[in-house]
Design a protein around this ligand. Structure first.
Ligand code: ADP
Ligand code: MG
Length: 721
């Protein structure tokens, strides 16, 4: 295949073709498989995908051969296992199909073994102490539930095979391996609970739709900002007065050059089978969002990680950089990644969609209340799952979902839950009700007026939307926790219902389910909140309710090693104690690493840009004063210049002192033995110095002549057209 990125094989321009004509072109999905595999093999792959199990080794050779032929027909010469290590987005190690057989001869080979498993040298990936250097090997193993695809970079095409990544001793070193475990766990747990309502249900799938927010910045300006280049966010920069007030940006016209970029990356994404549907401006200037149609969770996560890479690559071709950081600019809305999550049965029923009959509604209420209860019981763990240095700038910063975990259900469902709860306390209503008082649920379905954008975890008609996930994060870490806590809750719920049924032969199953749901609702309802999550009143109200407000990652991450989390993960075989410890360690290390990088860059910028700018400007003023005095002007008439000189001197001194303090504290923090101690020191001691330095630097920026201030300013960075 030799057509370009913007052309179809027949040479037609992609821009004028229906998306369906090239959708999934670079994916070894059912359509591509047809030309290369027997029906039996295709069926086997489809079964493995749907049922979430491994593909029989006996057909892996056949699949590998077919994949190789397809990839070669598409113009690929190399293949790679594609995986998601615990730092960075994705990792690859390319091998060629080509194998020399003589001095001037060779063949293209790709065996089933090479498809199924590889041993990349894993020593450069974070492992939290799991691997000693003498066993630096890690294994990647094929995940057939996510189709192979071809990535094109610099005109070179490579076959990518989605894999998990584990250590020599079997511990997970990536995001995908535990995600697959929790998927199996929640599918089974949900299917078991479905049996109370419909014995035809034999499986459930977990759906995910990821809304991705991002900023764009012009590439030439980006290259003039070391902070953006190395840390993804501006560490200094005076906020323009009306920056945030430009709210007409939201849903406004997309600038032409941005539109061209979006169109290009969407085409690239569509060819990779990423089902993007929506694009629009976001609240802040320079901020945008795209969203796909939801898919099965594992695929949605792979697609989101792949999408982030594609966006970055395509942006560069358009003279842009994508900023996926949660908070590129101070004083301007940050970016998140809304994770829309639901459970769907193999009979096609969305378990989080209220039905038309009381029975269906009891099933809905069962899953609805169990999710709420799971979030309530493991709120700190859920908070920990999204804890990163970047996300700390959003959560609890009075503009994004707060760090307090709460669930928004909407007024109507809150009424339904209140009625449901009070049923037990008023025997009169109990007599008169048909089954349960929830017939009116369908009315609320997808009621778009009943929206609350300030909640970290919101029910939106037929799904829960976990909005507190950071824009640069791999969704897996949040989804592993959400899947695990819901599955665990469903398992416990079922045990209690079964026990109660056995102990109360006179009671109906429905009555027992209602009673248990009611008890769970009562114990969890303090987590339900429908008001303004950004307000100070909520902070106070949440404290009264006993809900935690953990504002930084250094403290939030501790929830991973809380006894109830250890029990949750080890009991269900998701993480061993050792794995959990290692992963938590990696999270602390990553936190420290990103703050340390910020520290170095900030320190350098103060030294190499900010102070020199101030000094240069000072020299110009002094020169001016000297000249004025020399021509006989009275000293009192240059008082403004003299004041400015003093102000600048003060700021220069402060910048210098703070910079020294920053480096001293850095050394002290790095000398601490435990990763979590270092994280706490960076958060509690070093971050406040960042803030102080920023105030000083922004003061200098404000005073300086524009021509002496060499860094691009906010108003330039935020203008794209
Ligand atoms: P918004 O939240 O902006 O109103 P939508 O309601 O269109 O946007 O949905 C946002 C995302 O939620 C999309 O990716 C969509 O496919 C996804 N979504 C819709 N229904 C489900 C579902 N049942 N399970 C998971 N995701 C879903
Ligand atoms: Mg949304």
């Amino acid at each position: 295949m030799n057509h370009t990125n913007t052309q179809l094989p027949n040479g037609a321009d992609l821009n004028h073709q229906p998306i369906s004509s090239y959708y999934g072109e670079f994916v070894f999905g059912p359509r591509a498989q047809k030309g290369y595999l027997t029906d039996a093999a295709i069926h086997e792959i489809a079964k493995a995908v749907n049922e979430g199990h491994a593909i029989d080794r006996s057909i892996s050779d056949e699949v590998a051969k077919a994949m190789k032929q397809w990839a070669m027909d598409m113009g690929a010469t190399h293949y790679t296992h594609w995986f998601q290590p615990l730092r960075g987005t994705t990792a690859e190690k390319h091998d060629s199909f080509f194998e020399p057989t003589g001095i001037d001869s060779g063949i293209e080979v790709f065996s089933g073994k090479a498809l199924v498993q590889q041993e990349p040298d894993a020593s450069s990936f974070p492992n939290g102490g799991i691997r000693n250097t003498f066993e630096a090997r890690g294994y990647t193993a094929w995940d057939p539930s996510s189709p192979a695809f071809i990535i094109e970079k610099g005109g070179v095409r490579t076959l990518c095979i989605p894999t998990i990544f584990v250590s020599y001793t079997g511990e997970a070193l990536d995001y995908k391996a535990p995600l697959l475990k929790t998927l199996a766990f929640v599918r089974k747990a949900a299917t078991d609970v479905c049996q109370y309502f419909d014995t035809n249900v034999t499986d459930c799938s977990v759906s995910l739709g990821v809304e991705q927010e991002y900023f764009l910045v012009k590439e030439d300006l980006y290259h003039q900002r070391p902070d953006l280049m190395y840390t993804g966010r501006t560490l200094i920069g005076h906020v323009p007065a009306k920056g945030q007030q430009m709210e007409d940006h939201y849903f406004g016209a997309i600038p032409t050059n941005v539109q061209a970029f979006m169109n290009d990356f969407e085409q690239r994404a569509h060819r990779l089978g990423i089902p993007l549907r929506t694009r629009h401006n976001e609240v802040a200037p320079g901020q945008f969002e795209c969203a796909p149609q939801f898919e099965s969770l594992n695929l949605a996560v792979d697609h989101n990680t792949l999408l982030m890479d594609v966006m970055e690559a395509v942006a560069a071709e358009h003279g842009f950089r994508v900023l996926l950081h949660e908070k590129p600019y101070k004083g301007i809305n940050g970016s998140g990644k809304h994770n829309n999550w639901s459970l769907i049965t193999n009979t096609g029923v969305n378990l989080l969609s209220p039905g038309n009959s009381p029975e269906q509604n009891l099933q809905f209420l069962t899953f609805f209340i169990n999710v709420i209860k799971a979030v309530h019981d493991h709120a700190d763990l859920l908070r920990a799952s999204i804890a990163t240095a970047g996300n700390d700038h959003r959560l609890g910063a009075n503009e994004a979902p707060p760090a307090i975990m709460s669930v928004f259900v909407g007024d109507k469902l809150e009424d339904v839950l209140n009625d449901f709860e009070s049923d037990s306390t008023s025997p009169e209503t109990k007599e008169s009700r048909s089954s349960i008082n929830i017939q009116s649920i369908p009315e609320i379905l997808l009621d778009n007026t009943d929206r609350n954008r300030t909640s970290p975890f919101a029910f939106t008609g037929n799904k829960f939307e976990f909005r507190a996930v950071g824009s640069s994060d791999n969704c897996s870490s949040a989804m592993v926790v959400l899947n695990a806590i819901v599955a665990n809750q469903l398992v416990e719920f079922k045990q209690r219902v079964d026990a109660a049924i056995a102990a109360n032969p006179g009671k109906s199953k429905e009555e027992i389910i209602e009673e248990i749901l009611r008890a769970d609702l009562i114990s969890a309802k303090r987590i339900i909140f429908g008001g303004n999550g950004y307000s100070q009143e909520w902070v106070e109200e949440a404290a009264r309710r006993g809900l935690n407000n953990i504002k930084n990652s250094a403290e939030a991450l501790a929830a991973y090693m809380a006894p109830e989390s250890i029990e949750l993960f080890t009991k269900h075989g998701i993480f061993s104690h050792k794995e959990l410890e290692a992963r938590t360690e990696i999270r602390y290390e990553t936190f420290v690493l990103s703050l340390e990088l910020e520290l170095k860059v900030l320190s350098e910028m103060i030294q190499n840009f900010v102070i020199p700018s101030a000094v240069r400007y000072q020299s110009r003023i002094s020169e001016n004063v000297k000249n004025l005095l020399a021509v006989g002007i009275d000293k009192t008439t240059v008082s403004a210049q003299l004041e400015l000189l003093t102000e600048l001197s003060n700021l220069i001194n402060q910048a210098h002192q703070l910079n020294k303090k920053l480096n001293d504290e850095n050394e002290k923090a790095l000398a601490l033995k435990e990763a979590h101690e270092r994280a706490v020191a960076f958060n509690h001691v070093i971050r406040p110095i960042f803030e102080e330095l920023r105030v000083v630097s922004d003061g200098i920026e404000r005073l300086c002549d524009d021509s002496e201030w060499t860094l691009p300013k906010y108003r330039e960075l935020l203008t794209l057209s």
